[in-house]
Ligand binder design. Structure first.
Ligand SMILES: [Zn+2]
Length: 416
């Protein structure tokens, strides 16, 4: 069923059971995520759930309405203007087999493997059988990008798009959305693809995993896609359900990061330009390339931007709340910006040409982020490797695990 305030059926007489407390929409039962106040109208105590408030309020006064799930067969042909690599074709077949037999899979795939395209064949089949399909990700940027790409490939299909305040819904048969949006679905989807499974906030938030399970039918096939699988996820699908996809779609190795031991923050705090970094940026620009510099904190990023901009005016910075975020990414794509400083916001979902990457204070990032940041370079057939530098003050287990993962992918055999 689909929870919907326009539905004719009452699913629960109140969205929140204030006594427990429990939210019947998202399953939140943690006291700190509820808020109570006395209604100015009748003085009654109202409790609402803050966890899923972005989907519209679930509270102790209003019922949750719903409408039944429907299924409809639909011919959903897709078009791809290139051939899948042998690894992509192998993965595509494995996903097809998993779907036909109602099993789940974990695609442990290198960044830039071309994961989205591996799902097309199965999506087409699922829709022709009348199965409800969802392609979900924890990250809004990824959701938007995937919706665009699916829209181009499945040009004659109606594809829903839902995240935060955005809701373009045709019929709930073929949906691209953030994980949070699944709170409105119960036993609805038969085939769910979870992209960027390692991205915040999925690993830290068990409620989101519950949302995926509740939104899917008992026989549903779940496909998890990630470059850094957690133990919990491997358990979820079982060892035999894990497929390793170590090659990028163009077949080249991943670049191995070069380590530079240096404390950039100390330079900035003393009002000095970090010379090693400045020389590196000069070398990159003189080689006719572009650079994405990842910084762990916004304040450090802004200080560094001033220093870099004095020498290279075609520089900019970007963070999640930046109103000009989209236009800056566009300018980088159009080669108007040479040096782009960013928080982890650009660690996924972006592709730039002739790009190198520098990670500042790499010791402050986790492995998931480091792998994704490294994954930004070498994504184009015309420039398939690129360069990565880690500037770190000291060694960490996350840095070591990143090197292990990248070397492991480069050395791995490809199943076909
Ligand atoms: Zn809730």
């Amino acid at each position: 069923m689909i929870l919907d305030h326009r539905g004719d059926t009452i699913y629960k007489t109140a969205g929140v059971d204030a006594e427990v407390p429990l939210c019947h929409r998202c399953g939140n039962s943690s006291k700190k995520h509820f808020y109570s106040y006395d209604s100015p109208l009748d003085g009654k105590r109202v409790t609402y759930c803050m966890k899923c408030v972005s989907l519209g309020r679930s509270d102790s006064m209003k019922p949750i309405r719903c409408r039944p799930t429907s299924r409809r067969k639909s011919a959903s042909p897709y078009h791809l203007d290139f051939d899948l690599s042998s690894q992509q074709a192998y993965a595509s077949d494995r996903i097809m087999k998993a779907l036909r037999s109602g099993r789940s899979l974990l695609l442990y795939a290198v960044t830039g493997a071309g994961k989205t395209e591996m799902t097309f064949q199965s999506i087409e089949w699922a829709r022709s059988e009348g199965l409800n399909v969802a392609f979900i990700s924890p990250r809004i940027d990824v959701v938007k990008e995937v919706h665009l790409r699916l829209g181009q490939a499945f040009a004659s299909s109606d594809i829903d798009l839902m995240y935060d305040g955005v809701k373009h819904v045709h019929n709930n048969h073929f949906t691209v959305c953030t994980v949070h949006q699944l709170f409105n679905f119960i036993d609805h989807f038969d085939f769910i693809i979870v992209d960027e499974t390692d991205a915040f906030p999925l690993p830290e938030d068990p409620i989101l995993m519950q949302a995926i399970r509740r939104a899917s039918t008992s026989k549903a096939t779940l496909i998890f896609m990630t470059a850094t699988p957690s133990r919990q996820l491997i358990q979820e699908v079982g060892e035999e359900g894990v497929i390793t996809l170590p090659r990028r779609y163009h077949g080249q190795d991943l670049a191995i990061p070069k380590m530079v031991w240096h404390d950039i923050r100390r330079d900035l705090n003393r009002g000095r330009a970090p010379q090693k970094l400045m020389k590196l940026i000069r070398d990159i620009i003189e080689a006719g390339r572009y650079v994405l510099i990842f910084i762990p904190e916004i304040s450090m990023m802004e200080t560094l931007l001033k220093v870099v901009r004095e020498v290279y005016p075609a520089s900019a910075s970007v963070y999640s709340g930046d109103p000009e975020r989209t236009s800056k990414v566009e300018q980088m794509r159009n080669k108007e910006i040479r040096v782009l400083l960013s928080t982890t916001i650009l660690e996924r979902g972006v592709t730039f040409d002739r790009l190198d990457a520098i990670i500042v204070h790499a010791e402050m990032f986790n492995t998931e982020s480091l792998i994704q940041m490294c994954g930004r370079v070498g994504r184009k057939q015309t420039d398939p490797v690129g360069n990565i530098w880690f500037f770190a003050h000291y060694q960490t287990s996350a840095i070591r695990r990143t090197f292990r993962t990248i070397r492991g992918f480069n050395a791995a055999r490809v199943d076909t």
